[in-house]
Write a protein that binds this ligand. Structure first.
Ligand SMILES: *[C@@H]1O[C@H](CO)[C@@H](O)[C@H](O)[C@H]1NC(C)=O
Ligand SMILES: *[C@@H]1O[C@H](CO)[C@@H](O)[C@H](O)[C@H]1NC(C)=O
Ligand SMILES: *[C@@H]1O[C@H](CO)[C@@H](O)[C@H](O)[C@H]1NC(C)=O
Ligand SMILES: *[C@@H]1O[C@H](CO)[C@@H](O)[C@H](O)[C@H]1NC(C)=O
Ligand SMILES: *[C@@H]1O[C@H](CO)[C@@H](O)[C@H](O)[C@H]1NC(C)=O
Ligand SMILES: *[C@@H]1O[C@H](CO)[C@@H](O)[C@H](O)[C@H]1NC(C)=O
Ligand SMILES: *[C@@H]1O[C@H](CO)[C@@H](O)[C@H](O)[C@H]1NC(C)=O
Length: 310
């Protein structure tokens, strides 16, 4: 029955296949060559990719920024952004900038493309109120886009907010209104020179802040850290913890990790440690294992393939 339907749908291969009693393999090959509508899966761009809590450090160094990370299921990417002559360029340092590598061309337009593909508009989706995220296997996973402002943050912020407009108007951005967070496909989080006062002043807010993981308790900053301002909080692993992953971790070092993770989690904030050791591989993995066991939410990775297999 199933076979007959498939065969009838093959206008070209039908006679040949029907007379020669094809194997299942031949049948599959014929169908694949036929461009049959039966095989057109609408949201196949990220089909079979399972999202993982990995942060793609210096994402724009990869052969293909953003998309390489997505292909490994990496759910957090970071772009270093420079405002020069009114344009937002992406690169680690000024020598690495080119006129073609902009925040719009490397991040906004590809994201729009992926998300439009994941959100077909048709009679089956008319009642859907929350857009799908970038990952087909986990459509409610929100991609974290960290924007590390390298130039003056106060000056760059309005340009970044404007650059986000295509994602905003499509409803793809996580927002907070009066402290209530509505998750969507992409959560944009400012780091680097992102201005805390400027981010706090946004209402509604769709540009969040990467909180200071080691000083969430500090009241002198006059800031109430919660997930509507800072969905994540981060710190330099080497400075805060320092365990190299080679000898055993001390009780004090483990206690530091646990305390920082707890300080974040009691506020509904996710914890991230950056600059974890990358080498030797055994030490890198030992640190990743310890952090995950202690409740850290994001693995910071330069080697996405290794982290994705971890
Ligand atoms: C396959 O069919 C779709 C629509 O049915 C069309 O958009 C696409 O161009 C076709 N691809 C090929 C390779 O013929
Ligand atoms: C910025 O503008 C000035 C004056 O128009 C020009 O000389 C310079 O090359 C521009 N720099 C960049 C990075 O586009
Ligand atoms: C969408 O909602 C309308 C009105 O409730 C309903 O008639 C229709 O069947 C729904 N469509 C889908 C795909 O759920
Ligand atoms: C950033 O720009 C603002 C507005 O132009 C200015 O007031 C501020 O001093 C600048 N900050 C730095 C660190 O240069
Ligand atoms: C935010 O949530 C609180 C508590 O649930 C509710 O009282 C308030 O009306 C909400 N505000 C908005 C703008 O939705
Ligand atoms: C923050 O405050 C909590 C509760 O008082 C405390 O347990 C924790 O140790 C503090 N965190 C740091 C980093 O001092
Ligand atoms: C703390 O923040 C509030 C609200 O943003 C502001 O009114 C107040 O002046 C600030 N206080 C200090 C000491 O910065």
């Amino acid at each position: 029955m199933f076979g007959q339907i498939l065969l009838l749908s093959l206008s070209i291969g039908y006679i040949q296949l029907a007379t020669s009693k094809p194997s299942v393999d031949q049948w599959i090959a014929a169908l694949e060559q036929s461009n049959s509508t039966l095989l057109q899966y609408p949201t196949q761009l990220t089909q079979n990719i399972v999202p993982k809590a990995i942060h793609s450090h210096n994402d724009y160094w990869r052969d293909v920024p953003l998309l390489s990370a997505l292909s490994f299921g990496v759910a957090s990417v970071e772009a270093d952004v420079w405002l020069l002559n009114g344009t937002l360029f992406v690169g680690h340092e000024e020598a690495a900038l080119t006129p073609h590598r902009t925040f719009d061309s490397l991040y906004i337009q590809p994201l729009l493309h992926v998300l439009n593909a994941q959100n077909p508009k048709n009679e089956f989706t008319v009642n859907q109120t929350t857009p799908n995220g970038v990952f087909d296997t986990s459509s409610s996973t929100s991609l974290h886009l960290l924007v590390d402002i390298k130039t003056n943050g106060t000056e760059a912020l309005p340009f970044i907010l404007k650059a986000l407009q295509p994602l905003r108007s499509a409803g793809y951005l996580t927002t907070s209104t009066s402290g209530n967070v509505t998750k969507s496909a992409v959560t944009v989080i400012g780091t680097g020179n992102s201005p805390l006062d400027g981010v706090k002043a946004l209402e509604p807010r769709d540009y969040f802040f990467d909180g200071p993981l080691i000083s969430l308790n500090d009241t002198s900053t006059n800031t109430t850290w919660d997930a509507s301002l800072a969905p994540i909080a981060s710190t330099d692993y080497g400075v805060a913890v320092g365990w190299a992953g080679i000898t055993g971790i001390s009780d004090a070092q483990r206690s530091t990790i646990l305390t920082l993770v707890n300080d974040a989690h009691t506020r509904g904030i996710q914890a991230r440690f950056w600059d974890t050791p990358g080498w030797p591989v055994g030490a890198r993995d030992a640190v990743w294992r310890e952090l995950l066991d202690d409740g850290a939410d994001w693995l910071n990775a330069d080697d996405l393939e290794a982290a994705a297999k971890f």
